[in-house]
Design a protein around this ligand. Structure first.
Ligand code: E4P
Length: 219
């Protein structure tokens, strides 16, 4: 399973990259705004800064909503760096834009997926990734993991090459459950990824090993 980090924070992207397990970065307009990145020139510079840190793909989201504007924006984003994957919202013009950009050899990530039907349409249009939002479904008492399972079944039934990029991940258990269900990729905040490291028995076991070694060495 591939690990993407879901942030526009350069320090966190560096930290995940240094861990050696990073396969990609996802951003969205809210994450960019959280870092105080506003204005077209600053947004573009920030995408370039992210691409310079990672040896991995970087999802950059369009902010337009018509077919003509989305393909123009998508082509411009794709030209910034070969690592860029154009993130397109699941709307009617978005599906058309995915089909068009795919035809031009530009990779796309269809975002804001909340149903299996939406994922199926995005795959039909040729999206490289679909991003089902687990956490936001869980937030409204709907089983986000069930959606991952359903999309996995549908894509496997027809051999769609579109990768399932589980998004809106809230914690380490979401990541483990996505791995069990066969999601191709998870995108998560750094805290959810590093939480996978933690186990109290690891900490106490290591402390005992080091103490026993020190005792045996007469230290
Ligand atoms: C990633 O592609 C999504 O934009 C992101 O995971 C949304 O997460 P949120 O629900 O925590 O905002």
């Amino acid at each position: 399973m591939k690990f993407f980090i879901d942030t526009a924070n350069l320090d966190q992207i560096k930290e995940a990259h240094d861990l050696g397990i990073l396969d990609g970065v996802t951003t969205n307009p809210s994450l960019m705004a959280k870092e105080g990145i506003t204005g077209e020139a600053n947004v573009i510079a920030h995408y370039k800064a992210i691409c310079a840190i990672v040896d991995a793909n970087v999802s950059a989201e369009v902010i337009s909503t018509t077919f003509e504007e989305m393909i123009k924006e998508g082509e411009a984003l794709a030209k910034l760096d070969p690592k860029i994957v154009v993130k397109i919202p699941m709307i009617k013009d978005g599906v058309k834009a995915i089909k068009y950009l795919t035809g031009k050899g530009i990779r796309t990530n269809c975002t804001l997926i909340f149903s299996a039907g939406q994922a199926l349409l995005a795959a039909k249009a040729g999206a490289s990734y679909v991003s089902p939002f687990l956490g936001r479904l869980d937030d409204i008492s709907t089983d986000g993991l069930q959606l991952i399972e359903d999309i996995r079944l549908i894509f496997d039934n027809y051999g769609y090459p579109t990768e399932i990029l589980a998004a809106s991940i809230r914690g380490p258990l979401h990541i483990v459950n996505c791995a069990k269900l066969g999601a191709d990729v998870i995108t998560a905040p750094l805290a959810a990824i590093t939480a996978l490291l933690k186990h109290p028995l690891t900490d106490s076991g290591l402390a005992t090993f080091l103490a026993d070694h020190a005792k045996a060495s007469g230290k």
